[in-house]
Design a protein around this ligand. Structure first.
Ligand SMILES: [Zn+2]
Length: 280
């Protein structure tokens, strides 16, 4: 049986392979085999491994966890005194993203361990911000073909979204990123149930997001939104579990119908970004 660090290494290699796959082919990545390397983490495998071994769970008293709590606390106090907007809000969210990746996703998304000693380090994704688009209700989206996680900093009314709301949106989108890059399945029916159900909010998505929100709420009870959303996603998990399993054929057609929607979104969003991408 592989050790935790061996398993993390195989997740990292899989994520590096994802980077080499041309954008549109990433919509098939869940069923794409890595060349010369066996990789077979279903979403359930990945979420189970993550819930047991991520830093937040395996080492909750680590200096990393306390450092994140202190930084977040400072952000919350500064934001309370003078609500974050624009670039300050964007930078703070980018900083939080790096922490969430480190504490819950083994640092794989931002490749933090490589940053120190490799000049060709790159994050798997770019974080982008927009203040308007043709879907003003949309708060965030992960666009695999562009390796971009997009977050809307403004409410439909034009008012800036509060920091805690943006933080929650970012956490939600990161779950899409992590599962989208690291899930491999040879069974479309299972992949559909675990990931793709309800526009990408399947059973394992709900399980992972609920786990993270509940942990964050335990750390930051002063952010009620975390508790509300943890409850919402716990209920959504029960609903997803109650959905009937669909056949391979139906599952496959639904999975690829969804990717067309993503392509459309990518086009809609291309001209809507006000801030340049943030390298994370
Ligand atoms: Zn979502």
């Amino acid at each position: 049986m592989a050790s935790v660090s061996e398993t993390v290494q195989s997740l990292i290699r899989r994520s590096e392979f994802w980077l080499t796959v041309p954008g549109m082919q990433r919509y098939r990545f869940w069923e794409t085999d890595s060349p010369n390397r066996v990789y077979s983490f279903t979403a359930a495998d990945l979420v189970q491994f993550t819930k047991t071994n991520c830093l937040a769970k395996a080492n909750p008293n680590s200096s990393d966890v306390s450092e994140f709590k202190n930084e977040m606390q400072a952000d919350l106090e500064a934001n309370k005194a003078n609500p974050y907007t624009g670039t300050t809000l964007a930078q703070s969210v980018a900083n939080c993203l790096v922490w969430i990746d480190r504490l819950f996703f083994f640092g794989i998304i931002t490749q933090q361990d490589k940053r120190k000693d490799e000049s060709d380090h790159r994050s798997l994704i770019t974080l982008s911000f927009g203040d308007h688009c043709e879907e003003p209700e949309m708060k965030g989206v992960f666009i695999p073909s562009q390796a971009t996680l997009w977050v809307n900093l403004d409410q439909p009314s034009g008012e800036p979204e509060p920091f805690d709301e943006i933080f929650c949106v970012m956490v939600h989108e990161l779950c899409h990123v992590y599962l989208g890059i690291l899930t491999k399945d040879s069974n479309a029916s299972r992949y559909h149930t675990e990931i793709q159900l309800n526009n990408g909010h399947g059973v394992q998505f709900q399980e992972l997001l609920h786990f993270i929100l509940a942990q964050l709420f335990a750390w930051f009870p002063m952010i009620p939104r975390l508790g509300e959303l943890a409850a919402v996603h716990q209920e959504a998990l029960q609903n997803a579990l109650a959905q009937p399993i669909v056949s391979e054929t139906i599952a496959r057609s639904r999975i690829y119908a969804c990717s067309d929607t993503n392509v459309f979104l990518a086009d809609v969003l291309r001209s809507s970004s006000k801030f340049p991408g943030v390298c994370i």
